[in-house]
Write a protein that binds this ligand. Structure first.
Ligand code: ZN
Length: 375
């Protein structure tokens, strides 16, 4: 079973310089390989194989002008090639757009070490290729084999490692899907979560306040003169705010998904595929912050469910979860977003808009999974 652990690290000056070199070289190799693949693709209608592009990199590193590429972990560079290769495969399969170049001023920087990293919990240090003894705040211990270590630097200048660990422990066998123990979940803007058991979890106040502060900081930023020192300072203020909200969101999503998976008696969770849900979202309401947060929530819920042997049932196509009565399946043509509750004209049930939606998600997901309709 694979698990990821993220730690803050505190590299000294010398280590920071070497990390910056890694960020730079990896970005260079990525862009170089992408340009190479692009021109090869235009000429031949296909991409270069992994081994062909690897041997071109080997040749490049022998070139005097590019000798600086040898200062960094060679496997991190190979990994950058692999990322270009994978991006092209996704592109060819129509899963993503054409791979894009990485800009120099891109705020987040990272590189990967596929091998030869070691974490020492007693000393509180992590050894990376070419970088021994980097101080780290190792909050959570792990057991198992390290697969990859990704080093990153945030827009506000903090360094982190994300350690992907393969533990000997197998994932528990998933429990049987039982309608009585299936909870439907509807993610929303007014309430963060609406559950088919009738409960609602609110968006916390601190996030609403943070959104206001972000808006204000963004406004100040866009008013500053381009390339001015003031603008650079405001960019940092904005990055710090973003980072704070991001961390608070992550904490909250960890807490909520832990509660659902570990403290709720449900053994299966029914959710809507967000890619489908977002297609029909009112654009005025679909704030990017919320979109990202929902995705994170579902991701966390999915992997925690796997750890604890619970099921995620996904409804992966559009259905009118809000406009259908969950009791008699009567369908209403229109239901403006301002209508928060309604009475079904067929069976007379009083329905809360969002709870009704989560109950429909539950029923639809169960019907898909079990091949029969369930109420
Ligand atoms: Zn009804």
């Amino acid at each position: 079973m694979l698990k990821a652990y993220k730690y803050r690290i505190y590299p000294n000056k010398e280590q920071q310089v070497l990390m910056e070199k890694h960020f730079g070289c990896v970005r260079f190799v990525y862009n170089w390989a992408l340009a190479l693949q692009n021109s090869y693709y235009i000429a031949n209608g296909q991409s270069l194989s992994r081994s062909e592009i690897q041997s071109q990199l080997v040749a490049k590193k022998k070139d005097k002008d590019f000798a600086w590429l040898n200062e960094v972990n060679s496997q991190s560079l190979l990994n950058a090639l692999l990322n270009v290769h994978t991006a092209f495969i996704h592109f060819f399969k129509g899963r993503t757009g054409h791979p894009r170049f990485k800009a120099k001023h891109y705020s987040a920087r990272s590189y990967q070490n596929p091998q030869h990293s070691k974490v020492d919990f007693d000393k509180g240090v992590i050894d990376l290729p070419k970088l021994k003894g980097v101080k780290a705040k190792l909050s959570r211990p792990f057991e198992g084999k390290i697969k990859t270590v990704t080093v990153s630097k945030s827009a506000t200048g903090k360094y982190y490692v994300s350690v992907l660990v393969e533990s000997a422990q197998n994932a528990p066998i998933a429990s049987t899907i039982e309608p009585d123990k299936t909870l439907g979940i509807d993610v929303g803007l007014i309430h963060l979560l609406n559950l088919s058991d009738g409960s609602k979890i609110d968006n916390p106040r601190f996030l609403k306040q943070a959104r206001q502060r972000l808006k204000k900081a963004q406004r100040i930023f866009s008013r500053k003169q381009k390339d001015s020192l003031n603008r650079q300072q405001q960019r940092l203020v904005l990055a710090r705010l973003h980072e704070k909200v991001k961390n608070q969101r992550l904490d909250l999503n960890h807490k909520l998904t832990h509660q659902l998976v570990c403290e709720n008696q449900a053994t299966s969770f029914a959710v809507e595929d967000l890619a489908v849900k977002n297609l029909v979202k009112n654009r005025k309401l679909a704030r990017s912050i919320s979109d990202a947060a929902w995705g994170q929530l579902i991701t966390l819920l999915t992997y925690k469910s796997k750890w604890y042997g619970k099921n995620i049932l996904t409804v992966d196509r559009f259905f009118a979860s809000s406009k259908t009565c969950s009791h008699c399946h009567h369908h209403v043509k229109t239901l403006p977003l301002s209508v928060r509750s309604w009475r079904c004209e067929q069976c007379g049930t009083e329905l809360d808009r969002d709870i009704n939606a989560s109950q429909n998600i539950r029923q639809q997901a169960l019907a898909d999974a079990l091949g029969q309709s369930v109420v």
